[in-house]
Ligand binder design. Structure first.
Ligand code: NDP
Length: 245
C-alpha cells in the first residue's frame, strides 16, 4: 500500500511501534494501544511475540536491524505514527568498579538505541506531517542513583533528545515527550536486592511500586489528540519520588 492509502485508511487506527514490547512496561504499553484500536507492532530480541501484536525482531544497537524492523512494520501497518522508545537495560555497579564497556553498552542501548529508532521513524512522520515520539526515561535520569552512573546518564540524555526534537520537528505536527517511571514491578526491578527495595519503598511518598499498566496509561494519553499541545515535557510516573523534575 502506498502512503496516501494508509492515510485514507486512518479509521483502522494509527501505526504504533513499541521497542522492547515483548515484556514488562513495553508490553503493557503495546496492549494499551491495542485497547485504543491502534495497529500495534513491537520489537523483540528474544522469546515469543505476545498474542495480538505484530512482532519484528530487532536489537536497537543495530542500525540495520532497526531499519529492517521499520520496513516490515511499514509494509504491514503503514508509516509509524506513534513511536515508543522503551527498550532499555541496566548494568549497575559503583563508579570505581564500572568498566568503560559497562558505561558504553548501556548508552548504546538506552540512548543511541533511542536515537536510531527516532531517526528512522522521523522520515515517515515528516511525510505524514504528524507523529508522536515517547521516550521511556527513568526517575534516576534527573534524581540520580548510586550504582547507576551509566543508566542515569543514558536516561537524562533522552530528555535532551526530546527537547531538541521538539525544536526541530515541532512545526511538523510531531511531539516528543519523556515519561519517567519510578519503581515499576517488572523483571528489571525483580533483580534488585531486598534491602534496596525496602530503602526505596521508604522514600517513595506513595509507599509502593507501580504496575506496568500505570505507566502504559500515561504513555497512551501523551500520544493521544488530547495531548497535542504538550511537547518536550518530562512526565513523572513515580509515586512522588522525584518531585522537582
Ligand atoms: P525489562 O527488563 O522487563 O524489559 C526490557 C525490554 O527491553 C525487553 O523487551 C528487552 O528485550 C528490551 N531490550 C533490552 N535491550 C535491548 C536491545 N539492545 N535491543 C532491543 N531490545 C532490548 O524492563 P522494564 O519493562 O522494566 O523497562 C522498560 C523500560 O522502562 C526501560 O527503558 C527501563 O529502563 C525503563 N524503566 C523501568 C523502570 C522499572 O522500575 N521497571 C523504572 C524506570 C524506567 P528482551 O526481552 O529481548 O531482552
Amino acid at each position: 500500500m502506498i502512503l496516501e492509502e494508509f492515510v485514507a485508511d486512518a479509521e483502522q487506527g494509527r501505526s504504533v511501534l513499541v521497542t522492547g514490547g515483548n515484556r514488562g512496561i513495553g508490553l503493557a504499553i503495546a496492549r494499551a494501544f491495542v485497547e485504543n484500536g491502534d495497529r500495534v507492532a513491537i520489537t523483540y530480541r528474544s522469546g515469543e511475540v505476545p498474542e495480538g501484536l505484530l512482532g519484528v525482531k530487532a536489537d536497537v544497537t543495530s542500525e540495520a536491524q532497526v531499519d529492517a524492523a521499520f520496513t516490515a512494520v511499514e509494509g504491514a501497518h503503514g508509516p509509524v505514527e506513534v513511536l515508543v522508545a522503551n527498550a532499555g537495560m541496566t548494568r549497575d555497579t559503583l563508579l570505581l568498579r564500572m568498566t568503560e564497556s559497562d558505561f558504553t553498552d548501556v548508552i548504546d542501548t538506552n540512548l543511541t538505541g533511542a536515537f536510531r529508532v527516532i531517526k528512522r521513524a522521523s522520515k515517515g512522520m515528516i511525510r505524514l506531517r504528524k507523529g508522536r515520539v515517547v521516550l521511556i526515561s527513568s526517575v534516576t535520569g534527573l534524581y540520580g542513583a548510586p550504582g547507576q552512573i551509566n543508566y542515569s546518564a543514558s536516561k537524562a540524555g533522552l530528555i535532551g533528545i526530546a527537547r531538541s526534537l521538539t525544536r526541530e520537528l515541532g512545526s511538523r505536527g510531531i511531539t516528543a515527550n519523556v515519561v519517567a517511571p519510578g519503581f515499576i514491578n517488572t523483571d528489571m526491578t525483580a533483580e534488585l536486592p531486598e534491602d534496596t527495595r525496602k530503602n526505596y519503598l521508604a522514600t517513595i511518598p506513595a509507599r509502593r511500586f507501580a504496575e506496568p499498566t500505570e505507566v502504559a496509561n500515561v504513555v497512551r494519553w501523551i500520544a493521544s489528540d488530547d495531548a497535542a499541545y504538550i511537547s518536550g515535557a518530562v512526565i513523572p510516573v513515580d509515586g512522588g519520588l522525584g518531585m522537582g523534575h
